[in-house]
Design a protein around this ligand. Sequence first.
Ligand SMILES: [Zn+2]
Length: 284
Amino acid sequence: MLIILIPLIVVNIQNKDKITEVNSDLLNSGEKNMSTEVPQPPPEKKVDELVTYKGPIDDLNYYDYMAENGNVHKLILDEKGEISTYSVNPAGEEVIAYDNEIIPILEQFIKKHPDFSFQGARGIIALTGYSGILGYRTNELTSPNYEKEKNEALQVVNRLKETGWTFASHGYGHLDANKIRYNTLVKDTKRWKEEVASLIGPTPIYIYPYGSSVQEKSDKFTYLQDRGFHIFFSVGPAPYLKINDNYILMDRRHIDGLAFYDQRDRLLDMFDSNEVLDPLRPDN
Ligand SMILES: [Zn+2]
């Protein structure tokens, strides 16, 4: 599957001597005054739109359909307290691994190449809530397993934070914020706050599902700002970054299956998806 070959992508990016994240302090602070707080990267590093690569990893929730398609089932802590992955393979055996998910892969890589990470920054993990988080069914509030699931999820969350990972909201139900009604967005956001923010803590980052967005100055946008979100990520084909006094808007390049199969040329400055796609993977 695709993810096995992520190290190749990471190495390609590393070789281009570009920096992985500009601004971990800003993203962690939740401060409203954005324009004065951007720390400067070392001058020998070039910063360009690739910052968005290292940016968010969406939907690290391990939805049921993902396990069926060969994704890992959840993130766990190994006996040393490090992040690893847990899955059950088709033979029914439990597998604990470090080379089949972006987080442990990146951690292993940074151990060898510490300069890949500016100021110790890692990526942003964008979570929904409707199927729990990180492989734990924290959405099943009345389940007898709820406390156990919640506590295990919290341990993983805390370790990720210690390591430098940041969290973002990806909405509760992965709804298209542009299409849904105001009241639906309110309900969705409340539920996200109750079930997800209660575990990961407050975050100023909102990553629109489907790469969509809501109009600036709309009721929905004002509502999201009132709820503490000041950094909004969408998806776009070209670099886009707008920094206001009160909020940041940024488009991301989507490095996903769609781009790998149908938009290879848009990724060529980083890597050739033909070289990265696993030949064992069935044609899309
Ligand atoms: Zn998503």
